[in-house]
Design a protein around this ligand. Structure first.
Ligand code: ADP
Length: 282
């Protein structure tokens, strides 16, 4: 099940024997398993033998950064990382939990701030590269580091028409949407319903991040894109860090980014959705 080379690397690095494993899902990007060892420890292992060699390393960095915010969110501890695998502490899932507390803890995460928007290294969103060059201004960051690279990729692969290439040329005032001025917030960066779980010890675990310091409305908008977050979650969030007026409209612009990413990864109706949002906002 687990490639022999990865098994050998883990066993020799940690000086343990992996005793049994159970495949967790046939994800479209990586494979994942629950692994037991003779040390009594249980691990979560994900691997991908054709992943870019830094993909799991930057994911591990992201988890460590999220953990440094010292919220009550559970962030799986990184045990070992290699070019083609990531070994984490195994988190036991519960069927239900407190969405309100999840909202409160996410708001606390978003209070962790930074002088600039961005991050000191690039990472990935899904399997696509995500650049994080620092900017002072959120809209500038959003356009240059998020929208532009995805639009370019979509044009280069023939998904979007080449006429869209200059859509971001008019610097500033490209859009009628104005984001409220807020400090850069530490974001999970890919917060859809499949990237969190309630845990057996009554908390919420977030994983599979694409972290950076951004506008917090990016994380909140993403929670709306595919569902999986109830009203208690938003109520809890707003108790700690209230969203400002106009979020509804801005969230559609925020979600242009994940929609472009989906257009590049999966094509289909995401391409049409991306194109109509680009025309609407720019
Ligand atoms: P992928 O990068 O392939 O999408 P994820 O990191 O999202 O993989 O993990 C796949 C699934 O494994 C998640 O949906 C979650 O149910 C489970 N999972 C993720 N991390 C852990 C963990 N540390 N402990 C237990 N289960 C986990």
């Amino acid at each position: 099940m687990v490639p022999e080379a990865i098994k050998i690397a883990i066993q020799s690095e940690l000086n343990i024997k992996l005793t049994s494993g159970e495949l967790l899902h046939g994800g479209d990007i990586n494979q994942a398993a629950k692994i037991d060892s003779d040390s009594g420890d249980r691990f979560f292992l994900k691997w991908n033998t054709s992943a870019p060699s830094d993909m799991f390393k930057v994911e591990a960095n992201g988890l460590v950064l999220l953990d440094s915010a010292l919220t009550d969110l559970i962030i799986p501890e990184v045990v070992l990382v290699g070019d083609d695998f990531l070994l984490l502490e195994f988190i036991e899932e519960a069927n239900s939990g407190s969405s309100s507390d999840f909202g409160i803890q996410l708001a606390k995460l978003h209070k962790k701030t930074n002088e600039l928007f961005g991050l000191d290294h690039s990472n990935y969103i899904g399997r696509l590269p995500q650049q994080n060059k620092y900017h002072n201004d959120w809209l500038e960051f959003f356009v240059r580091e998020r929208l532009e690279p995805q639009v370019k990729l979509a044009i280069d692969s023939g998904k979007l028409p080449v006429q869209l290439a200059n859509i971001f040329e008019r610097v500033m005032n490209y859009t009628y949407v104005v984001f409220p001025e807020e400090p850069p917030a530490l974001l999970h960066g890919d917060l859809w319903g499949g990237n969190y779980m309630f845990t057996a010890d009554g908390k919420t675990c977030i994983y599979d991040p694409s972290v950076y310091y951004g506008h917090r409305e990016m994380d909140l908008a993403m929670t709306r894109l595919f569902g999986g977050f109830d009203s208690d979650f938003y109520q809890g969030y707003n108790e700690v860090y209230p969203l400002q007026k106009g979020f509804e409209e801005r969230s559609k612009l925020c979600n242009l980014y994940p929609i472009l990413v989906h257009a590049n990864l999966f094509g289909g109706h995401y391409v049409r959705q991306a194109e109509s949002l680009l025309k609407r906002f720019f």
